[in-house]
Design a protein around this ligand. Sequence first.
Ligand SMILES: NC(=O)c1ccc[n+]([C@@H]2O[C@H](COP(=O)([O-])OP(=O)(O)OC[C@H]3O[C@@H](n4cnc5c(N)ncnc54)[C@H](OP(=O)(O)O)[C@@H]3O)[C@@H](O)[C@H]2O)c1
Length: 322
Amino acid sequence: MKIGNKNLPEQYIIYGAMGLGGEWGDEKPVTPKDIDEGRLALDTAIDCGLTFFDLADIYKSGKSEIVFGHYLKENPHIREKIIIQSKVGIQLTGVPFGSRFNYSYSHIIESVDGILSRLGTDYLDILLMHRPDPLMEKDELKKAMDELFSKKKIRALGVSNMDHHQIRLIEAYTGRKIVANQLELSLLKTDFVCNTVGFNNSMGKNLDFPIGTLEYCMLNGVSLQSWSPLARGIFSGKTLDDKTAETVKKTKEIVNRMAEAKDVSADGIVLAWLMKHPGRINPVIGSKTPERIKKAMDAFKVELTRDEWYELLVASKDQNMP
Ligand SMILES: NC(=O)c1ccc[n+]([C@@H]2O[C@H](COP(=O)([O-])OP(=O)(O)OC[C@H]3O[C@@H](n4cnc5c(N)ncnc54)[C@H](OP(=O)(O)O)[C@@H]3O)[C@@H](O)[C@H]2O)c1
């Protein structure tokens, strides 16, 4: 895939910057400690060869982008070598109202301007629409996208948490190609696989992934990105307690057994499971701990066999194949 003049390999790991910027909420501003922590994580990601970064206007109420902006200011030479992707469309309204989704012209334009100002850059490589807004109006969305593309503030458009019908609707409304769909896919969230094998079988019941979405993306050059690909570490090192499901504990044991046998990290096995899927899923890893970021790179060192891949799926689902 090519974004602007930047070529992307067939498959890659994305660094997700949601963890940068200190605490959630906008009461406390970014601190020097947050900036140092961000520098360490981003230096590590870049040293590991990562060149694709995922952000969103709402992450830590914009503070994640402020920290990233500090890093870009310190390292201006990297801007043309990296892909910066951010998201708009969720409007934080604060307690007690919770969030709203907002695809109005003014919200989109103001949000993108806010992102660019926090990052200190004049363009985003990719803008993702974060979650679907049921009140999305064609004219508003098209006007916003026409303006963002014509002013060269964005180079490509993608979505997150959307099914294939919603992708087609946005493509039809805007006349623009959707280049990526970011979804929660992992060894914990296996419904994207189970719904393809669950016809006439109990495995196909109560699944939470829209049938046809994966296939649409694969057929139409919509690159698949997975958020929370490590399921926040539950299979690869996070301390589990009495409340943790037996399925998770059993899957973790298998992950560890495979990691030991192949001399790679458990994180590598969890990501390799995801990356073996022919949809060429690109994991968006979210750790800010240098050691964990480095361990994730083991995913490129290992290829699971067909049997190992199924063993992990069956264990995590706690159900045999039909
Ligand atoms: N599109 C969306 O709706 C959406 C939603 C959520 C996230 N995202 C994107 O996806 C990225 C990744 O999400 P994620 O952070 O949930 O993914 P993740 O990579 O599965 O999990 C990373 C998180 O789990 C913790 N963790 C990982 N391994 C651990 C271990 N062994 N022990 C203890 N803690 C461990 C990390 O803590 P440390 O930082 O302390 O290492 C970090 O908080 C985000 O940064 C964001 O860019 C998108």
